[in-house]
Design a protein around this ligand. Structure first.
Ligand SMILES: [Zn+2]
Ligand SMILES: [Zn+2]
Length: 383
């Protein structure tokens, strides 16, 4: 299949940094990039520097007043900041917040242009995937919603039908609400049920409104879901939705927080799901979209063990259609082990500690299957 994908990266992604204690750390992007370089999978000619998105581009989704608030975050009163979701525990104000967030957005727009002008067949922006940001509010570690902006940009500039697929363990709410009434953008999010987890939305009954009714799909799977049930749900739903919608381009948000090790969620996947997630996106992008596939990063809070491997596998799949196997390069481990507070993984696959016994497994699988049945009914009845 493909062999000319683009990897959007520059050190500017690391400016997106709340504080030392915050769980969202963009060093993850650097860790993934260096893991790929050490694996001889990523070279200088693959790398495309992100541009900064313009205010006009950010304004394709966000309110002007909100953009101004982000730009002047330092000088807002506490009340003003709070109104825009800024200065909270989740989205504290940090230096150069507007610039940092504009690079995350510009990275995804760069990926879009690379693919839609035909220079590359797929493109990956691990600095993006900030799916929780709302039209006039920061939320869930996200300031500007690069995914929503990029989809608005694709609609405006290229007039294509976009399928957005979100495998972050949290519901892709910001993107869903952005296109809730739009039949040209179909959103599919598979995530841990919002019963106990931020942002609480993402119920299977959230189906879109007005013209967009029928173009929003959610699978809020049960806490402690493991590989088999996760992958069955994801694969069956994604195939059926792609068939239903027949997209021109696929955008995936690849949060890596559905792993058992992730400290913020309760899903219980292993590297198996992160090997398979990009493979299916790749296959369906070739089947329906002539290969047009943009992937972004997203959440993921086990930044040393889970995220670098998961994100590197997206690139491996873009490049060679299969995930890497075997041993993690010793050079990468030696460099980063000095800084890591935990043992870095020795293999691309997980070893035993990532496979705990889940007593409710059968019950969880049945619950997930009945959600899936609901979703499939929707994908078949509305045409
Ligand atoms: Zn390909
Ligand atoms: Zn997440």
């Amino acid at each position: 299949m493909s062999s000319n994908p683009g990897f959007v990266f520059s050190d500017d992604f690391l400016i997106y940094h709340f504080n030392e204690e915050h769980p969202f750390n963009q060093k993850r992007v650097l860790l993934a990039k260096e893991l790929l370089e050490a694996s001889a999978m990523l070279y200088a000619q693959d790398i495309i520097p992100p541009r900064m998105a313009t205010e006009e581009e950010i304004g394709l989704f966000h309110d002007r007043a909100y953009i101004n608030a982000v730009k002047q975050a330092d000088s807002l009163s506490e009340d003003e900041a709070y109104e825009y979701g800024l200065g909270t525990e989740d989205t504290p104000i940090f230096p150069n917040m507007h610039e940092a967030s504009s690079f995350a957005v510009g990275g995804t727009l760069t990926a879009v242009d690379e693919v839609l002008t035909g220079r590359r067949d797929h493109a990956l922006n691990l600095g993006g995937g900030l799916h929780h940001a709302l039209q006039r509010k920061a939320a869930g570690f996200c300031i500007y919603n690069d995914c929503a902006i990029a989809i608005k940009y694709i609609r405006e500039k290229y007039n294509l039908k976009v399928l957005y697929v979100d495998t972050d363990a949290h519901h892709g709410d910001g993107v869903q609400w952005a296109f809730y009434d739009d039949p040209n953008v179909c959103t599919f999010s598979i995530h841990e049920t919002g019963r106990y987890l931020f942002p609480g939305s993402g119920n299977v009954s959230e189906r879109g409104i007005k013209q967009g009714h029928g173009y929003s799909f959610n699978l809020p799977i049960d806490a402690f879901t493991q590989d088999e049930s996760y992958l069955h749900s994801y694969e069956t739903a994604f195939r059926e939705i792609a068939k239903f919608f027949n997209p021109d381009i696929i955008i995936t948000q690849n949060g890596a927080d559905a792993h058992c090790f992730d400290p913020l969620t309760h899903l219980c996947g292993t590297m198996e799901i992160f090997n398979r997630i990009p493979q299916l996106a790749h296959e369906l992008a070739h089947q329906y979209c002539n290969g047009k596939w943009i992937a972004t990063g997203g959440g993921g809070y086990d930044m040393w063990r889970v995220v670098p491997r998961s994100w590197a596998q997206i690139w491996n799949v873009m490049k060679q259609d299969s995930p890497a196997k075997g041993i993690i390069p010793a050079e990468w481990r030696a460099k980063w082990q000095r800084e890591a507070p935990i043992d870095l993984p020795k293999f691309w696959h997980d070893t035993d500690e990532a496979f705990p016994e889940i007593p409710r497994k059968k019950d969880i699988t049945e619950k997930n299957n009945s959600l899936l049945e609901n979703l499939l009914k929707y994908a078949k009845t509305i045409k």
